[in-house]
Design a protein around this ligand. Structure first.
Ligand code: PMP
Length: 281
């Protein structure tokens, strides 16, 4: 496997990470996952822009120009002959003797490599179970930080309970999933949490909201309660690697008749069309 290491593309065996990299010791860094369809990175511009925004928010100066990062990702995809799959990209603040505060002169480390293709067609088709859990994360969930401790704790909990995702609730209101955004359909209106510091503004979320506006579907970017969630007509999650996945049962309560709903099906189709158009254009 070929790995992007700052501006170089190296064999994985040539890559070594220092034990005092602040990403390793503090989770001091930010990341992205970009999907690849037919050899083409989908919404690469949006992902690279979000990477720079996250980095800016933690005052990490990425020493490479955006344009170059995009070109390097394209090269990485080609050199690994990725057809369908995804690229993991992270930047850490770099190596320094371990202490919390840092010298702004340390050199950030950018790493990217392909993740193995994960086939989500079954979950997209059949829908998944979710649990709800209190959102105990910090208050800057808009930053795509490497610090994912609560996200992984609660995802593990969901998996151990036979569920695919944990839907998080802050002060009784749905924020998002442990690694996805959540949409709720009720009476032909689509609800999702507004993009503020309580959620990560997913690229899939952004793309879908644009699509809903174009189609003049009713959207309300407002939080909903757990009661509203459980009484929804349809619920679905979105993320780069999952695209659009129906949620058919939450906390052992069936959503509607417990089958993927027709609105969710329409949205899945519309998303597939969008991907086709974008990778063609
Ligand atoms: N929220 C969280 C907490 C996530 O980890 C993710 C996936 N990275 C998302 C939302 C969805 O974001 P995207 O559509 O950009 O993958």
């Amino acid at each position: 496997m070929k790995v992007l290491f700052n501006s170089e593309i190296l064999e994985k065996s040539e890559v070594t990470i220092d034990m005092e990299d602040r990403g390793y010791q503090f989770g001091d860094g930010v990341y992205e996952v970009v999907n690849v369809y037919n050899g083409i990175a989908f919404t690469l511009v949006e992902h690279v822009d979000r990477l720079y925004r996250s980095a800016e928010e933690i005052r990490l100066n990425i020493p490479i120009e955006r344009e170059e990062v995009k070109q390097l990702i394209v090269r990485l995809i080609n050199e690994n002959s990725v057809k369908n799959g995804s690229i993991y990209l992270q930047i850490t603040r770099g190596v320094a003797p371990r202490k919390h505060q840092y010298d702004s002169k340390i050199k950030p480390l950018l790493i990217a490599y392909p993740l193995p293709f994960s086939d989500v067609s079954d979950v997209q088709q059949q829908g998944v179970k979710a649990i709800t859990a209190e959102d105990l994360r910090w208050l800057r969930c808009d930053i795509k930080s490497l610090n994912l401790l609560y996200n992984i704790m609660i995802k593990q909990e969901a998996h151990e309970q036979g569920a695919y995702e944990a839907i998080l609730l802050r002060d009784g209101q749905v924020t998002e999933g442990s690694s996805s955004n959540i949409f709720i359909v009720k009476d032909d209106t689509i609800y999702t949490h507004p993009a503020n510091n309580y959620i990560l503004n997913g690229i899939t979320r952004i793309k879908l909201l644009q699509l809903f506006h174009q189609k003049e579907w009713k959207i309300k970017e407002q939080p909903v309660s757990k009661q509203f969630l459980l009484n929804a007509d349809e619920v679905f999650l979105t993320s780069t690697t999952n695209e659009v996945v129906p949620i058919t049962m939450i906390d052992e309560v069936k959503i509607n008749d417990g089958k993927p709903g027709s609105f969710t099906r329409k949205i899945q189709q519309a998303f597939t069309e969008l991907v086709k158009e974008e990778i063609r254009g």
